[in-house]
Design a protein around this ligand. Structure first.
Ligand code: HEM
Length: 177
């Protein structure tokens, strides 16, 4: 996983908890990288999981909640770091429908070593269905990113999540009045 995901995570921990918490969770986790991440490096996604588990133990906040909050935070950071993906975008459903075919496709060109999930999107009568599939099983991150996108575009969309037997996750997004 790209180093920027790790650096953004640790910056969020510092902001929402403290710099000491960053040191503590790095110390708690036996990280092959030693917790020294550069934005352009590539690291085992398991290191992120280890640090989230350590943060959960110290904060008493469940792991899925922490990962979702990180997803929402990360969406805001993507908006700052990659403004070109947002140019001219007004509809959250159109934007999310293009995550696989536009956004992550461009990300793959920029970073051929990026490990990205797959989204299969289908329009429904009143919204969009997104099927998430990834060997890394970061469905909570996907949920946070989707929720971050909805907030960014001004709300008006409800999300329900259905975990599938094969490990995929189906997100149903519906327009609400
Ligand atoms: C402009 C917006 C976005 C950009 C620039 C972007 C880019 C990226 C990048 C650079 C990674 C890391 C790849 C790696 O670590 O190798 C990533 C991972 C990921 N992205 Fe996006 N992304 C965006 C929006 C979204 C949205 C809205 C979703 C959810 C619908 C999403 C879902 C994910 C997930 C779940 C991962 C973790 C990897 C996995 O699950 O296997 N992304 N994205």
């Amino acid at each position: 996983m790209k180093g920027m995901v790790f650096t953004e995570f640790l910056e969020m921990v510092e902001m929402k908890f403290s710099a000491d918490m960053v040191d503590d969770i790095i110390e708690d986790s036996a990280l092959p990288s030693g917790g020294a991440y550069t934005a352009v490096g590539v690291y085992d996604h398991g290191e992120l999981v280890q640090m989230v588990v350590a943060l959960s133990r110290r904060s008493n906040i469940p792991v899925p909640t922490l990962v979702q909050v990180f997803g929402e935070h990360l969406f805001g950071r993507f908006n700052v770091l990659y403004p070109s993906f947002f140019a001219g975008q007004v509809s959250v459903l159109d934007f999310l429908e293009g995550i696989e075919t536009v956004v992550h496709t461009e990300v793959r060109k920029l970073y051929p070593d990026a490990q990205l999930p797959q989204f299969h999107c289908t329009r429904t009568v009143d919204g969009l269905q997104m099927r998430y599939s990834s060997p890394r099983h970061f469905g909570d991150l996907a949920e946070g990113l989707i929720k971050g996108a909805i907030v960014h575009f001004g709300g008006g969309v409800a999300v329900s999540r259905n975990d599938q037997a094969d490990g995929d996750i189906v997100f149903d997004l519906r327009r609400i009045a």
